[in-house]
Design a binder for this molecule. Structure first.
Ligand SMILES: Cc1cc2nc3c(=O)[nH]c(=O)nc-3n(C[C@H](O)[C@H](O)[C@H](O)COP(=O)(O)O)c2cc1C
Length: 430
């Protein structure tokens, strides 16, 4: 029997697809797009939709907003309220938002994510990021972000506080006993009186115990410190890896660290980014990939990378590889991806792949793509994959859900029904 895999749809809820055909049908500023995405993903039994977020029009590339504004980069909505709409038109699909521990006050976040978990009856995920973008910090009144590892120290304490707030109502605190006229048992709702190195909060939360108790914690950092954070906190990781060897060494190392920390290695699901390019014949698929590569604007990839790394890549030579020891304080995992694993790629090639949202290249007919996914999961040690997409590209969503997912289901590689009402039930069903 092949191993059953999990699948997620991942991208920012924004304008990135403005030059694609679906932009004529769907306005990214309106709920209809997101409700249709949710319905389509659920009809194909995907585990979840996960929204990326950078709450800033970056300035990293070229030192100002101009490039990003011109290309519709990071013009996007706040992901959290969208999840509530998507939850209203689905019953099983998991729904996650990226929210930064460097920007949101913990009480605000605990309450908002708790509210979403109730509204969706236990289908919420939180992609924990520490942010890598100075512009985002400045939007929230900070001069800059704390340095890389310190952000994770802060985030560890942040998670501890948020979990305490979620636990501030016992699961059986709410009685709604009309005879005795008692809404909830005061003995079971307690302040947290948290006073840490970075945060203080009194509690209790205004939101009673959540359907999942704690929403699914996702995280994406792959630096050494990022992996430690995942071991302490995550139910699921989403990683960018360009090759099977990189997937394998990452998944092996993470599972080893989980075991060393006393955790069941299966208690943290490992997802890798994919964006398969499909065609009815192998040649058509190759041709499509070549066209995408030709069309890909190096500037688009460079500006994305600059924002994620927190480093202006505009002065670098496009025809040379990225130098290895850049002073990156943002996404160090991304730097390692191209300075250790794929160190021979020129910056132009890197930029074009990033502009195509491509991480691990997969090209072929849907049957071939299914073969590659199965092989990648076995060799790379994946529990699942997330399609890294332009969220509004409904054409691509339909291609994946109607051409690829049925093949994966037929082969026993993807689920053909949900195990339970909560995301946690489905994510840990296999
Ligand atoms: C698949 C994936 C998705 C990510 N999505 C976001 C995002 O939406 N917002 C954000 O600020 N950072 C995002 N990041 C960056 C990470 O959350 C993290 O901040 C970054 O990888 C730095 O951590 P590291 O240095 O430990 O790798 C993403 C990273 C990956 C690999």
């Amino acid at each position: 029997m092949p191993k059953m895999l999990h699948f997620a749809w991942f991208g920012a809820p924004g304008a990135h697809y403005w030059d694609l055909p679906s932009a004529a049908t769907y306005d990214w500023r309106q709920g209809r797009l997101y409700m249709d995405i949710a319905r389509i993903c659920e009809s194909a039994f995907l585990d979840m939709v996960l929204f990326a977020d950078i709450p800033a029009i970056p300035t990293a590339y070229g030192g100002n907003n101009d490039h990003y504004v011109r290309h519709g980069f990071e013009a996007h909505l706040d992901p959290a309220p969208i999840l509530a709409m998507m939850g209203g038109v689905t019953r099983h699909l998991g729904l996650g938002a990226t929210l930064s521990t460097s920007l949101y006050p913990p009480f605000l976040l605990a309450r908002m994510v708790g509210t979403l978990d109730h509204l969706t009856a236990g289908r919420t995920a939180w992609n924990v990021v520490t942010s890598s973008n100075a512009a985002a910090a400045q939007n929230y009144g900070q001069d800059d972000l704390p340095e890389h590892d310190e952000r994770y120290n802060i985030a560890d304490e942040y998670l501890e506080l948020v979990r305490r707030l979620w636990d501030s109502w016992a699961a059986d605190a709410v009685l709604q006993d009309t005879q005795r006229r008692i809404f909830a048992d005061p003995a079971k709702v307690k302040p947290v009186h948290f006073a840490g190195k970075y945060f203080k909060s009194r509690g209790p939360l205004t939101v009673p115990a959540l359907p999942q108790r704690h929403p699914i914690i996702v995280m994406a950092g792959t630096s050494r410190r990022g992996q430690q954070f995942a071991v302490t906190n995550a139910d699921m990781v989403i990683a960018h890896k360009n090759s099977l060897e990189d997937m394998r060494s990452y998944s092996t190392a993470l599972r080893r660290q989980l075991a060393e920390a006393g955790r069941d290695p299966a208690s943290c699901k490992i997802f890798f980014s994919i964006k398969p390019v499909m065609g009815d014949t192998p040649d058509m698929a190759q041709e499509k990939w070549a066209c995408n590569y030709e069309d890909a604007q190096p500037e688009a990839g460079l500006s994305y990378l600059s924002a994620m790394m927190g480093l202006d890549l505009s002065p670098f030579d496009l025809d040379k590889p990225l130098p290895p020891d850049l002073p990156v304080q943002g996404m160090i995992g991304k730097l390692l991806q191209y300075t250790e694993a794929k160190k021979d790629m020129t910056l132009r090639e890197v930029a074009k792949h990033e502009a195509m949202h491509e991480t691990f290249p997969i090209v072929g007919t849907p049957e071939q793509v299914a073969d590659i996914i199965e092989h990648a999961a076995q060799e790379g040690g994946a529990d699942g994959f997330h399609f890294r997409v332009k969220v509004g590209d409904i054409g691509y969503l339909k291609e994946v859900t109607t051409k690829l997912m049925p093949i994966l289901r037929r082969r026993g590689l993807a689920r053909s029904g949900y195990a339970g009402p909560r995301l946690r039930d489905n994510l840990f069903a296999f």
